[in-house]
Design a protein around this ligand. Structure first.
Ligand SMILES: O=C[C@H](O)[C@H](O)[C@H](O)COP(=O)(O)O
Length: 148
């Protein structure tokens, strides 16, 4: 799977660890940075990452900041992006299965490297379930985007 990954400074070290893990798993990867722990604003990273998802340069995105909160707020402001901050494995897969989430956000100050790997694996292994209820709800999310 083609994956785009990015972080701000607070997520930099965890992002590097996740990059290593994704390479071990054999995924195609676009790493948009940060490439050092110098301060960077998470909305800028979210914009770059989500544009790549919208352009089809990646099927799924992984966005890491301090808590995952800023990242998920920013990503969900971008049309076509359904982002979720996930710090438990159940949410990481159900977010895709039910809600067709295409960007998972993680807080590097909240979870450690090993839980992050489990979250990433659950998210990437999950597929949207073609259930009428789930389809209708995701369509309603797109309607909300259009209305606002
Ligand atoms: O929701 C925001 C993120 O957690 C940021 O990573 C965090 O606010 C960065 O904080 P600071 O600039 O103090 O490192």
């Amino acid at each position: 799977m083609q994956i785009v990954i990015g972080s701000d400074h607070a997520g930099y070290h965890l992002k590097e660890s996740v990059v290593d893990f994704l390479r071990e798993l054999g995924h195609d990867l676009v790493d948009i940075g940060s490439f050092n722990p110098d301060p960077v604003d998470f909305p800028d990273i979210a914009r770059s990452l989500c544009q790549k998802i919208r352009n089809g340069e990646g099927e799924r995105g992984l966005l890491i900041c301090g808590t995952g909160v800023g990242a998920v707020i920013a990503a969900n402001k971008i049309k076509g992006i359904r982002a979720a901050v996930c710090h438990d494995v159940h949410s990481a897969h159900q977010a895709v299965e039910h809600d067709d989430v295409n960007v998972m956000c993680i807080g590097a100050q909240i979870v450690g490297a090993w839980l992050a790997r489990d979250l990433v694996r659950s998210f990437l292994d999950a597929r949207f379930v073609q259930d009428d209820d789930f389809i209708r709800r995701v369509e309603k999310l797109a309607q909300l985007e259009e209305e606002n």
